[in-house]
Design a protein around this ligand. Sequence first.
Ligand SMILES: Cc1ncc(COP(=O)(O)O)c(C=O)c1O
Length: 386
Amino acid sequence: MAVEAATLAERCRHRFPIFEQQVYINSCSQGALSDAVRAAYEQYLDDWDEKGAPWEYWVERQEAARSAFAGLVNAGTDEIAVTTSLSAGVSALASGLRYARRSKVVLTDWEFPTIGQIWHAQESRGARVAHVPAAADGTIPLEHFEQVIDDDTLVVSITHVCYRNGAMIDVPAVVELAHERGALILLDAFQAVGSLPVDVKELGVDFLGAGVLKYLLGSAGLGFFYCRQELVERVWPTQTGWFADENIFAMDHTDYSPAATAARFQSGTPPVPAIYAGIAGIQLMREIGIAETREHVLALNAHLLDGLDELGATVVTPRAAEGRGALICVKSTDAVELVAALDREQIITSERDGNLRISAHCYNTREDVDAVLGSLQRHRNLLAAT
Ligand SMILES: Cc1ncc(COP(=O)(O)O)c(C=O)c1O
């Protein structure tokens, strides 16, 4: 595995200029900028110059983005909406549900703030929101879901990999339970897509939201929303716009006729520059290999975890490989200061919730991990002891 691992980073690292200056190990916040994504942005400007207002071409680019994301998660193109953020897709869904026959929305302690905020906003429309608590070790056992999901539950909203502690949920197990009890299931896959294979059919989810700026190497401004084919026409988003219409070129302001596809979860003018970048990022990530990246990062993280143990650090991410994503989180006495101390040594990480976040990706090497460990050794006073 170690030989393959070295090969993967060697194969792609030269495409990310940031490594000439820094040890960038912060892909849970944003992926490193590649030559391909920079070229895509330049292409956008060239096309603007050459084509003027190429609306039809932009619509075609949007369709290309839908296909790229559909291919990535094994969905049909008609099951994908192109959005400006994960929040936009989830809000469109939330706006289109009726909290009547079933009114309960179940979410977990791991959710990104946007998910909690969107579902709580539905309380004014009749939703009742219940939270599934995490256990003391940070994981969320299936029994906790069993206690909260009931026959009034309309939708269960879970996150694939938690942005605060790096823990990964057993998605198929929660899907099975939710479906058994007649509930729909939404997956926030933002911290998973690009870092490990995500297959909507295998996972069995009904809806999925994600963005491209982390492990998919795209930029801010582009998100995707997946809706399982059979459900598309059962949801009528009231948060909408002309790019959700059955025929955007009809320019009809006299009624609401949403697309018969998941495009009904879209809104206004698509984020064209970010679409150029997002397509390039997804393509590059698929060329590099997502399954290979998962193996590579697991090997790097095994080395990281050994080193953290030697330092006596408190790792809050679960130890079992199948229980974590790409992100490793370490408890700190002052996480903001620790990130700043690493930054002064040209090592880029981030922090959330009192934890240092270290997130390797395809381009990181064992030397990057050693650089992090060396710096943590020097700043041991900022690590919270076990
Ligand atoms: C798990 C997770 N969900 C959602 C988001 C953000 O979503 P949005 O595209 O709505 O800003 C992030 C990004 O930081 C995230 O880590």
